[in-house]
Design a binder for this molecule. Structure first.
Ligand code: BTN
Length: 230
């Protein structure tokens, strides 16, 4: 397992696609010039102020339909790490990490499948560490420093998180999927709370988040019935 530290990279997730990186290898960048977020968004992070890295996993023990377990493992590892720094967090489905109503970390996971099994998973993590002001277009950002008023050593945060990611991966590998799913559910942002949800077609409805299905579908109670959203 190797850790490569780059001064600059277009995107560590793109870098991590290089087959020379194998299970457990990580690529950390001081600066990303084309950082990628979920749903084709850009990931903005000021150079040298935050932790931006990608980790390669080769979860060949998992069938492709079980890939959401890896998202759960990653989100829980982030909760483990941030709690060690005294920050209480929740997981906003599917895998944003929230402190209160603000996002402290984003996760971009990319899977590669071979013969129905996961051959390679790239876990991209953008954790806001020491940045205290953000561009206006970023919705609800926060950082560890804004939350604790402490400046952190970014590589020390990486080392803690790298250990927690490995522990959560091993939990899954060693048959802990059910426990992982329970823990993930228990950590959900707005679990059992009434909230107005917006659908992709723009319509809105009042619902109560009740949990997440094994494949990652969100279960929301609405008018006495349980509906599923992906
Ligand atoms: C999100 O939109 O919330 C996901 C953000 C993921 C950002 C990280 S930073 C390291 C890795 N490299 C990228 O280009 N993106 C991910």
């Amino acid at each position: 397992m190797s850790v490569t530290i780059l001064k600059t990279s277009p995107s560590t997730n793109t870098e991590a696609k290089n087959p020379r990186f194998r299970h457990g290898d990580a690529i950390v960048a001081f600066e990303q010039t084309e950082g990628r977020g979920q749903r084709g968004n850009r990931w903005s992070s000021r150079a040298g102020e935050n932790l931006t890295f990608s980790l390669v996993w080769e979860p060949t023990f998992l069938d492709a339909p079980k890939q959401f377990l890896l998202s759960e493992a990653v989100a829980l590892a982030l909760c483990d790490t941030l709690e060690k720094y005294g920050i209480a967090v929740a997981i906003k489905w599917p895998n944003d990490i929230y402190a209160g109503d603000r996002k402290v970390c984003g996760i971009l996971i990319e899977h590669f499948i071979s013969e129905g099994r996961l051959s390679r998973t790239i876990v991209g993590i953008g954790l806001n560490v020491n940045q205290t002001s953000f561009e206006e277009w970023i919705p609800n950002p926060t950082s560890m420093k804004l939350l604790t008023e402490r400046e952190e050593d970014i590589m020390a945060v990486f080392n803690t998180l790298y250990g927690d990611l490995d522990r959560r991966y091993r939990q899954l590998l060693e048959g802990g999927a059910e426990r992982l799913q329970q823990e993930y559910r228990g950590r959900l942002y707005r679990l059992d709370e009434a909230h107005t949800y917006a659908l992709p077609d723009g319509s809105r409805f009042e619902g109560i988040l009740r949990g997440v299905e094994p494949d990652g579908g969100l279960i929301v109670e609405h008018g006495g019935t349980l509906d599923r959203y992906m």
